[in-house]
Write a protein that binds this ligand. Structure first.
Ligand code: CA
Length: 350
């Protein structure tokens, strides 16, 4: 469909530029404008996934979902960031590496260590020979500068530190990237990813880089917090699911696992539940899903607000716009995750 859309765009443009080719009867200038406004939908989205992999259990499901959607994504690499519940950066790196092994892409899709600390701690050191998060930050910059014919889609699903540092160090990447961030309870305050590094989020909001917030909204039906699965559902459907690897991984809670499905059961076994239903949200999966199929959420444009003194402050006159995602199609997203595990198409880096 993407190819068809592109072709139509090209044809319309060519048509509009020729005389005697105005089938609609509209002035040529108007027809040309319509053609130019067709959305930018490449055949495959070229992405970097930036994850605090060791935090809960949704990052791992989002990572495997991305890596098994090779018809829709080219994955240049995975970068990690450290949020406080998941320990130091090495723990996040190791967890992302486990998922790479389970997807049979270890050593094929590069993995880079990102910021352990936060934006304000690191920002004055970004031109040093070495600094906290350098490997990830420089990788993001390099890939953004190299991309041609489409935007590099950054999918941060933890704090925004690596992305903000990359934009600070090389501001020209703003026009080369599209950021789809899983975070915030907007318009309400709070939220884990956001609160792990608020200045990094405000910095991204202050730039011109296209920025989309895939909202979390704890305990509300309109956010990704509503995309839940129960432990019973996982125990019933996940065992043995996904390709079987020869050399098993050792899980973060111990035990050895040959398939992602078996590891998923372990992750759900070792997580805290806050309700009798024993359910957890797959938040981060949604950030990948709405890029693949925008119909699985509702998106709207909004003048960029700023977050000050623990509240969102609206700036209705702000010319800088952001996109806000909400009201997700939970059933389709969860179904597509299972579909990817059963029908994996491994991503490539080119
Ligand atoms: Ca996360």
């Amino acid at each position: 469909m993407n190819t068809t859309l592109k072709l139509c765009t090209t044809l319309l443009l060519s048509c509009a530029l020729m005389t005697n080719c105005n089938n609609s009867g509209k002035p040529l200038a108007e027809e040309e404008k319509e053609a130019v406004e067709q959305p930018d939908t490449p055949d495959k989205y070229t992405v970097i996934f930036d994850t605090d992999a060791n935090n809960e259990l949704d990052d791992q499901h989002a990572q495997i979902y991305l890596l098994f959607n090779g018809n829709d994504f080219v994955v240049k690499g995975i970068t990690v960031n450290a949020t406080h519940s998941g320990g130091e950066i090495a723990n996040h790196y190791q967890e992302a590496e486990r998922i790479l092994k389970l997807s049979q892409l270890d050593g094929k899709v590069p993995l880079y260590s990102g910021a352990n600390g936060d934006f304000e701690e690191i920002r004055n050191r970004i031109y040093d020979d070495d600094f906290d998060g350098k490997a990830a930050v420089d990788f993001i910059i390099e890939e953004a500068l190299n991309i041609k014919d489409q935007k590099l889609v950054l999918i941060p699903v933890g704090k925004l530190t690596n992305i903000a540092l990359a934009l600070l160090k090389q501001p020209s990447i703003a026009e080369k990237i599209r950021i789809v961030w899983l975070g915030s309870n907007y318009p309400k305050p709070g939220e884990y990813n956001q609160d792990n590094d608020i200045p990094s989020m405000n910095y991204v909001l202050s730039t011109k880089a296209p920025f989309e917030m895939v909202t979390v909204r704890y305990e509300e039906p309109s956010g990704t917090a509503a995309i839940t699965v129960t432990q019973a559902q996982i125990n019933e459907s996940m065992p043995g699911r996904g390709p079987r690897i020869e050399d098993p991984i050792t899980g973060r809670h111990g035990g050895t696992y040959h398939t992602f499905g078996d590891y998923s059961v372990s992750l759900f076994e070792h997580i805290d539940y806050h309700s009798e239903a024993r359910e957890r949200a797959l938040f981060d999966v949604a950030a990948v899903a709405v890029i693949k199929n925008p119909a699985w959420g509702k998106v709207r444009e909004h003048p960029a607000p700023i977050y000050e003194d623990s509240v969102w402050v609206e700036q209705p006159e702000n010319e800088r716009k952001i996109m806000i995602w909400e009201n997700f199609d939970k059933e389709s997203i969860v179904q597509d995750l299972f579909h990817a595990l059963d029908n994996p198409v491994l991503v490539t880096t080119k």
